[in-house]
Ligand binder design. Structure first.
Ligand SMILES: NC(=O)C1=CN([C@@H]2O[C@H](COP(=O)(O)OP(=O)(O)OC[C@H]3O[C@@H](n4cnc5c(N)ncnc54)[C@H](OP(=O)(O)O)[C@@H]3O)[C@@H](O)[C@H]2O)C=CC1
Ligand SMILES: Nc1nc(=O)c2c([nH]1)NC[C@@H]1CN(c3ccc(C(=O)N[C@@H](CCC(=O)O)C(=O)O)cc3)C=[N+]21
Length: 300
Protein backbone atom coordinates (compact mmCIF):
# COMPACT_ATOMS: atom_id res chain seq x y z
CA UNK A 1 0.00 0.00 0.00
CA UNK A 2 1.16 3.53 -0.68
CA UNK A 3 -0.22 6.39 1.39
CA UNK A 4 -2.03 9.41 -0.01
CA UNK A 5 0.29 12.40 0.05
CA UNK A 6 -1.12 15.38 1.96
CA UNK A 7 0.31 18.25 -0.06
CA UNK A 8 0.99 20.96 2.52
CA UNK A 9 2.67 23.18 -0.04
CA UNK A 10 -0.41 23.27 -2.28
CA UNK A 11 -2.80 23.61 0.67
CA UNK A 12 -0.70 26.46 2.07
CA UNK A 13 -0.92 28.26 -1.26
CA UNK A 14 -4.74 27.99 -1.04
CA UNK A 15 -4.74 29.36 2.50
CA UNK A 16 -2.52 32.28 1.46
CA UNK A 17 -4.84 32.96 -1.47
CA UNK A 18 -7.82 33.13 0.92
CA UNK A 19 -5.86 35.48 3.18
CA UNK A 20 -4.94 37.68 0.19
CA UNK A 21 -8.60 37.96 -0.84
CA UNK A 22 -9.56 39.12 2.66
CA UNK A 23 -6.64 41.56 2.78
CA UNK A 24 -7.82 43.14 -0.48
CA UNK A 25 -11.32 43.49 0.93
CA UNK A 26 -9.99 45.04 4.16
CA UNK A 27 -8.07 47.58 2.13
CA UNK A 28 -10.91 48.42 -0.27
CA UNK A 29 -13.79 48.46 2.20
CA UNK A 30 -12.09 49.55 5.43
CA UNK A 31 -8.86 51.25 4.37
CA UNK A 32 -6.85 48.84 6.56
CA UNK A 33 -3.60 47.04 5.69
CA UNK A 34 -2.56 44.36 8.22
CA UNK A 35 1.05 44.61 9.42
CA UNK A 36 3.30 41.81 10.74
CA UNK A 37 6.46 42.58 12.71
CA UNK A 38 9.11 39.86 12.95
CA UNK A 39 11.90 40.26 15.48
CA UNK A 40 15.11 38.26 15.03
CA UNK A 41 17.85 38.42 17.64
CA UNK A 42 21.24 37.15 16.46
CA UNK A 43 22.51 35.72 13.24
CA UNK A 44 21.36 32.09 13.21
CA UNK A 45 21.55 31.14 9.51
CA UNK A 46 18.46 28.87 9.49
CA UNK A 47 16.38 31.54 11.26
CA UNK A 48 17.45 34.15 8.72
CA UNK A 49 16.26 31.98 5.83
CA UNK A 50 12.94 31.42 7.58
CA UNK A 51 12.48 35.10 8.43
CA UNK A 52 13.20 36.07 4.81
CA UNK A 53 10.61 33.55 3.52
CA UNK A 54 8.02 34.94 5.96
CA UNK A 55 8.71 38.53 4.87
CA UNK A 56 8.28 37.63 1.21
CA UNK A 57 4.99 35.79 1.74
CA UNK A 58 3.68 38.58 4.00
CA UNK A 59 4.05 41.17 1.25
CA UNK A 60 2.74 38.71 -1.36
CA UNK A 61 -0.63 38.55 0.41
CA UNK A 62 -0.73 42.36 0.53
CA UNK A 63 0.28 42.87 4.17
CA UNK A 64 3.00 45.17 5.49
CA UNK A 65 6.10 43.35 6.72
CA UNK A 66 8.33 44.95 9.36
CA UNK A 67 11.61 43.16 10.05
CA UNK A 68 13.66 43.98 13.14
CA UNK A 69 17.10 42.40 13.22
CA UNK A 70 18.91 42.87 16.51
CA UNK A 71 22.49 42.03 17.47
CA UNK A 72 23.05 38.69 19.24
CA UNK A 73 24.14 40.56 22.40
CA UNK A 74 21.04 42.81 22.56
CA UNK A 75 20.03 43.43 26.18
CA UNK A 76 16.70 42.24 27.56
CA UNK A 77 15.79 45.87 28.25
CA UNK A 78 16.34 46.90 24.63
CA UNK A 79 14.31 43.94 23.34
CA UNK A 80 11.45 44.68 25.77
CA UNK A 81 11.54 48.34 24.71
CA UNK A 82 11.17 47.34 21.05
CA UNK A 83 8.24 45.06 21.89
CA UNK A 84 6.57 47.88 23.87
CA UNK A 85 6.93 50.13 20.83
CA UNK A 86 5.40 47.48 18.53
CA UNK A 87 2.58 46.86 21.04
CA UNK A 88 1.71 50.57 20.89
CA UNK A 89 2.02 50.89 17.09
CA UNK A 90 -1.43 50.73 15.42
CA UNK A 91 0.12 49.77 12.05
CA UNK A 92 1.43 46.55 13.66
CA UNK A 93 -1.28 43.88 14.07
CA UNK A 94 0.97 40.87 14.63
CA UNK A 95 4.28 40.44 16.46
CA UNK A 96 6.51 37.36 16.19
CA UNK A 97 9.77 37.03 18.11
CA UNK A 98 11.78 34.28 16.46
CA UNK A 99 12.70 31.49 18.89
CA UNK A 100 14.96 30.24 20.30
CA UNK A 101 16.44 33.45 21.73
CA UNK A 102 20.10 33.73 22.74
CA UNK A 103 20.65 32.19 26.19
CA UNK A 104 21.00 35.50 28.10
CA UNK A 105 17.38 36.47 27.26
CA UNK A 106 14.43 35.14 29.29
CA UNK A 107 12.10 33.66 26.69
CA UNK A 108 9.01 33.51 28.93
CA UNK A 109 9.45 37.13 29.98
CA UNK A 110 9.90 38.30 26.39
CA UNK A 111 6.95 36.31 25.00
CA UNK A 112 4.66 37.44 27.83
CA UNK A 113 5.51 41.08 27.14
CA UNK A 114 3.81 40.87 23.71
CA UNK A 115 0.27 42.23 23.63
CA UNK A 116 -1.81 38.98 23.60
CA UNK A 117 -4.03 40.47 20.88
CA UNK A 118 -0.94 40.80 18.63
CA UNK A 119 0.62 37.48 19.68
CA UNK A 120 0.28 35.73 16.31
CA UNK A 121 2.43 32.80 17.53
CA UNK A 122 -0.11 32.10 20.30
CA UNK A 123 2.72 31.64 22.85
CA UNK A 124 1.60 34.28 25.41
CA UNK A 125 0.44 32.74 28.70
CA UNK A 126 -3.00 34.30 28.21
CA UNK A 127 -3.46 32.70 24.77
CA UNK A 128 -2.20 29.36 26.09
CA UNK A 129 -4.77 29.53 28.90
CA UNK A 130 -7.53 30.52 26.52
CA UNK A 131 -6.74 27.64 24.16
CA UNK A 132 -6.66 25.22 27.11
CA UNK A 133 -10.08 26.36 28.30
CA UNK A 134 -11.71 26.55 24.88
CA UNK A 135 -11.90 30.35 24.78
CA UNK A 136 -11.20 32.39 21.68
CA UNK A 137 -7.42 32.77 21.36
CA UNK A 138 -4.53 33.14 18.99
CA UNK A 139 -3.60 29.54 18.08
CA UNK A 140 0.06 28.51 17.52
CA UNK A 141 0.76 28.35 13.77
CA UNK A 142 2.33 24.90 13.43
CA UNK A 143 -0.41 22.97 15.30
CA UNK A 144 -3.08 25.07 13.55
CA UNK A 145 -1.60 24.12 10.18
CA UNK A 146 -1.59 20.43 11.18
CA UNK A 147 -5.23 20.67 12.33
CA UNK A 148 -6.29 22.30 9.05
CA UNK A 149 -4.69 19.48 7.04
CA UNK A 150 -6.29 16.81 9.26
CA UNK A 151 -9.75 18.39 8.98
CA UNK A 152 -9.37 18.73 5.22
CA UNK A 153 -8.39 15.08 4.86
CA UNK A 154 -10.75 13.48 7.41
CA UNK A 155 -13.70 15.83 7.68
CA UNK A 156 -14.61 15.00 11.30
CA UNK A 157 -11.88 13.89 13.71
CA UNK A 158 -14.40 12.93 16.41
CA UNK A 159 -13.56 9.73 18.28
CA UNK A 160 -10.28 9.07 16.48
CA UNK A 161 -7.25 7.98 18.52
CA UNK A 162 -4.51 10.60 18.18
CA UNK A 163 -0.95 10.21 19.43
CA UNK A 164 1.19 13.35 19.59
CA UNK A 165 4.88 12.58 19.98
CA UNK A 166 6.52 15.56 21.72
CA UNK A 167 5.30 17.82 24.54
CA UNK A 168 6.86 21.20 23.72
CA UNK A 169 4.93 24.38 24.39
CA UNK A 170 5.19 25.42 20.76
CA UNK A 171 4.04 22.20 19.06
CA UNK A 172 3.14 19.11 21.14
CA UNK A 173 0.98 20.60 23.89
CA UNK A 174 -1.07 23.01 21.74
CA UNK A 175 -1.48 20.23 19.13
CA UNK A 176 -2.93 17.96 21.81
CA UNK A 177 -5.34 20.75 22.95
CA UNK A 178 -6.58 21.26 19.39
CA UNK A 179 -7.10 17.54 18.78
CA UNK A 180 -8.98 17.26 22.07
CA UNK A 181 -11.07 20.25 20.97
CA UNK A 182 -12.02 18.23 17.86
CA UNK A 183 -12.99 15.29 20.12
CA UNK A 184 -10.05 12.98 19.44
CA UNK A 185 -8.90 10.63 22.19
CA UNK A 186 -5.46 12.11 22.74
CA UNK A 187 -2.23 10.59 24.03
CA UNK A 188 0.87 12.74 24.45
CA UNK A 189 4.12 10.76 24.21
CA UNK A 190 7.62 12.01 25.07
CA UNK A 191 11.12 10.86 25.87
CA UNK A 192 10.00 8.98 29.02
CA UNK A 193 7.12 7.15 27.33
CA UNK A 194 7.38 3.37 27.76
CA UNK A 195 7.29 1.31 24.59
CA UNK A 196 6.62 4.20 22.23
CA UNK A 197 6.17 1.95 19.16
CA UNK A 198 3.21 0.14 20.72
CA UNK A 199 1.64 3.45 21.87
CA UNK A 200 1.93 4.78 18.31
CA UNK A 201 0.51 1.55 16.87
CA UNK A 202 -2.86 2.34 18.52
CA UNK A 203 -3.17 5.68 16.71
CA UNK A 204 -5.48 6.62 13.87
CA UNK A 205 -3.62 9.95 13.76
CA UNK A 206 0.09 10.35 14.53
CA UNK A 207 1.68 13.78 14.89
CA UNK A 208 5.47 13.54 15.18
CA UNK A 209 7.16 16.61 16.72
CA UNK A 210 10.33 15.23 18.22
CA UNK A 211 13.35 16.67 16.45
CA UNK A 212 14.89 13.26 15.74
CA UNK A 213 15.53 12.52 12.07
CA UNK A 214 13.38 9.68 10.68
CA UNK A 215 12.69 8.20 14.13
CA UNK A 216 9.15 6.96 13.41
CA UNK A 217 9.32 3.89 11.18
CA UNK A 218 6.70 1.92 9.25
CA UNK A 219 6.56 -0.93 11.79
CA UNK A 220 5.19 1.59 14.39
CA UNK A 221 2.21 2.57 12.26
CA UNK A 222 -1.28 1.08 12.21
CA UNK A 223 -2.37 0.25 8.67
CA UNK A 224 -4.25 3.20 7.18
CA UNK A 225 -3.30 5.75 9.88
CA UNK A 226 -2.73 9.43 9.04
CA UNK A 227 0.80 10.62 9.79
CA UNK A 228 1.68 14.30 10.19
CA UNK A 229 5.42 14.97 10.22
CA UNK A 230 6.33 18.22 11.97
CA UNK A 231 10.06 17.54 12.18
CA UNK A 232 12.52 19.73 10.31
CA UNK A 233 15.98 18.15 10.51
CA UNK A 234 18.96 18.97 8.36
CA UNK A 235 21.19 15.91 7.94
CA UNK A 236 24.41 15.30 5.96
CA UNK A 237 23.81 14.19 2.36
CA UNK A 238 27.19 13.02 1.06
CA UNK A 239 25.39 11.54 -1.98
CA UNK A 240 24.70 15.14 -3.11
CA UNK A 241 28.37 16.07 -2.73
CA UNK A 242 30.82 16.83 0.01
CA UNK A 243 29.44 19.04 2.82
CA UNK A 244 25.88 18.98 1.34
CA UNK A 245 22.80 18.49 3.51
CA UNK A 246 19.16 17.57 3.02
CA UNK A 247 15.97 18.16 4.99
CA UNK A 248 14.16 15.21 6.59
CA UNK A 249 11.29 14.92 9.04
CA UNK A 250 10.88 12.94 12.26
CA UNK A 251 9.17 10.24 10.18
CA UNK A 252 10.94 7.69 8.00
CA UNK A 253 8.93 8.56 4.90
CA UNK A 254 10.02 5.55 2.82
CA UNK A 255 8.85 2.87 5.26
CA UNK A 256 5.84 4.76 6.71
CA UNK A 257 4.25 5.53 3.34
CA UNK A 258 3.90 1.79 2.71
CA UNK A 259 1.66 1.37 5.78
CA UNK A 260 -0.04 4.72 6.43
CA UNK A 261 -3.25 5.85 4.76
CA UNK A 262 -1.99 9.42 4.41
CA UNK A 263 1.26 11.24 5.14
CA UNK A 264 2.72 14.75 4.95
CA UNK A 265 6.14 15.10 3.28
CA UNK A 266 9.17 17.08 4.49
CA UNK A 267 9.80 19.51 2.92
CA UNK A 268 6.43 20.59 1.53
CA UNK A 269 4.17 19.54 4.41
CA UNK A 270 3.77 21.23 7.78
CA UNK A 271 6.44 23.91 7.15
CA UNK A 272 4.59 25.87 4.44
CA UNK A 273 1.33 25.51 6.41
CA UNK A 274 3.04 27.10 9.43
CA UNK A 275 3.83 30.25 7.45
CA UNK A 276 0.35 30.33 5.87
CA UNK A 277 -1.19 30.12 9.37
CA UNK A 278 1.03 32.94 10.59
CA UNK A 279 -0.51 35.12 7.87
CA UNK A 280 -4.00 33.81 8.72
CA UNK A 281 -3.41 34.70 12.39
CA UNK A 282 -2.22 38.19 11.44
CA UNK A 283 -5.43 38.67 9.45
CA UNK A 284 -7.54 37.34 12.35
CA UNK A 285 -5.76 39.68 14.79
CA UNK A 286 -6.39 42.64 12.46
CA UNK A 287 -10.10 41.85 12.16
CA UNK A 288 -10.47 41.46 15.94
CA UNK A 289 -8.55 44.70 16.61
CA UNK A 290 -10.93 46.57 14.33
CA UNK A 291 -14.16 44.93 15.50
CA UNK A 292 -14.68 43.31 12.09
CA UNK A 293 -16.06 39.84 11.32
CA UNK A 294 -13.38 37.17 11.30
CA UNK A 295 -12.67 35.23 8.12
CA UNK A 296 -14.14 31.72 8.19
CA UNK A 297 -12.01 28.58 8.02
CA UNK A 298 -8.78 30.32 8.99
CA UNK A 299 -8.94 29.78 12.76
CA UNK A 300 -9.43 26.75 15.01
N1 LIG B 1 7.42 22.63 10.51
C1 LIG B 1 7.40 23.62 11.38
O1 LIG B 1 6.82 24.63 11.12
C2 LIG B 1 8.07 23.48 12.69
C3 LIG B 1 8.89 22.40 12.89
N2 LIG B 1 9.49 22.19 14.09
C4 LIG B 1 10.27 20.96 14.22
O2 LIG B 1 9.53 20.03 15.01
C5 LIG B 1 10.40 19.25 15.81
C6 LIG B 1 9.99 19.41 17.25
O3 LIG B 1 10.12 20.75 17.65
P1 LIG B 1 9.89 21.24 19.15
O4 LIG B 1 8.57 20.78 19.63
O5 LIG B 1 10.22 22.66 19.18
O6 LIG B 1 11.06 20.40 19.87
P2 LIG B 1 11.50 20.25 21.41
O7 LIG B 1 12.91 19.83 21.37
O8 LIG B 1 11.09 21.44 22.19
O9 LIG B 1 10.60 19.02 21.92
C7 LIG B 1 10.83 17.72 21.48
C8 LIG B 1 9.93 16.76 22.19
O10 LIG B 1 10.20 15.45 21.71
C9 LIG B 1 10.40 14.59 22.81
N3 LIG B 1 11.41 13.57 22.49
C10 LIG B 1 12.72 13.73 22.28
N4 LIG B 1 13.31 12.56 22.02
C11 LIG B 1 12.34 11.62 22.08
C12 LIG B 1 12.33 10.22 21.92
N5 LIG B 1 13.43 9.53 21.65
N6 LIG B 1 11.15 9.58 22.05
C13 LIG B 1 10.03 10.26 22.34
N7 LIG B 1 9.98 11.59 22.49
C14 LIG B 1 11.12 12.26 22.37
C15 LIG B 1 10.87 15.45 23.96
O11 LIG B 1 10.52 14.81 25.16
P3 LIG B 1 10.88 15.43 26.61
O12 LIG B 1 9.89 16.52 26.83
O13 LIG B 1 10.66 14.27 27.53
O14 LIG B 1 12.29 15.90 26.55
C16 LIG B 1 10.10 16.74 23.71
O15 LIG B 1 8.85 16.73 24.34
C17 LIG B 1 11.79 19.73 15.46
O16 LIG B 1 12.30 18.91 14.41
C18 LIG B 1 11.58 21.14 14.94
O17 LIG B 1 12.58 21.54 14.05
C19 LIG B 1 9.25 23.04 15.14
C20 LIG B 1 8.46 24.14 15.00
C21 LIG B 1 7.83 24.47 13.74
N1 LIG C 1 8.47 32.46 17.21
C1 LIG C 1 8.64 31.43 16.38
N2 LIG C 1 7.59 30.95 15.67
C2 LIG C 1 7.74 29.91 14.81
O1 LIG C 1 6.76 29.47 14.16
C3 LIG C 1 9.05 29.32 14.65
C4 LIG C 1 10.10 29.87 15.41
N3 LIG C 1 9.87 30.90 16.27
N4 LIG C 1 11.34 29.34 15.32
C5 LIG C 1 11.65 28.30 14.36
C6 LIG C 1 10.47 27.42 14.07
C7 LIG C 1 10.62 26.62 12.79
N5 LIG C 1 9.57 27.08 11.92
C8 LIG C 1 9.44 26.71 10.57
C9 LIG C 1 8.49 27.27 9.73
C10 LIG C 1 8.43 26.97 8.38
C11 LIG C 1 9.31 26.08 7.82
C12 LIG C 1 9.25 25.78 6.36
O2 LIG C 1 8.58 26.46 5.60
N6 LIG C 1 9.94 24.73 5.89
C13 LIG C 1 9.99 24.33 4.49
C14 LIG C 1 11.41 24.08 4.03
C15 LIG C 1 12.36 25.21 4.27
C16 LIG C 1 13.80 24.83 3.91
O3 LIG C 1 14.02 24.35 2.78
O4 LIG C 1 14.68 25.00 4.76
C17 LIG C 1 9.23 23.02 4.30
O5 LIG C 1 9.09 22.28 5.28
O6 LIG C 1 8.82 22.75 3.19
C18 LIG C 1 10.25 25.49 8.64
C19 LIG C 1 10.31 25.80 9.99
C20 LIG C 1 8.84 28.03 12.58
N7 LIG C 1 9.30 28.28 13.79
Amino acid sequence: MTATLIDGKAFAAEVRQKVATHVTRLRDENGITPGLAVVLVGEDAASQVYVRAKGKMTTEVGMNSFEHKLEADTSEGDLLALIAKLNADPSVNGILVQLPLPAHLNEDLVVNSIDPAKDVDGFHISNVGRLGTGQKSMVPCTPLGCLMMLREFHGSLSGLNAVVIGRSNIVGKPMASLLLGDSCTVTIAHSRTKDLPSVVRAADIVVAAVGRPEMVTGDWIKKGATVIDVGINRIPAPEKGEGKTRLVGDVDFASVKEVAGAITPVPGGVGPMTIACLLANTLTATCRANGLAEPEGLTA
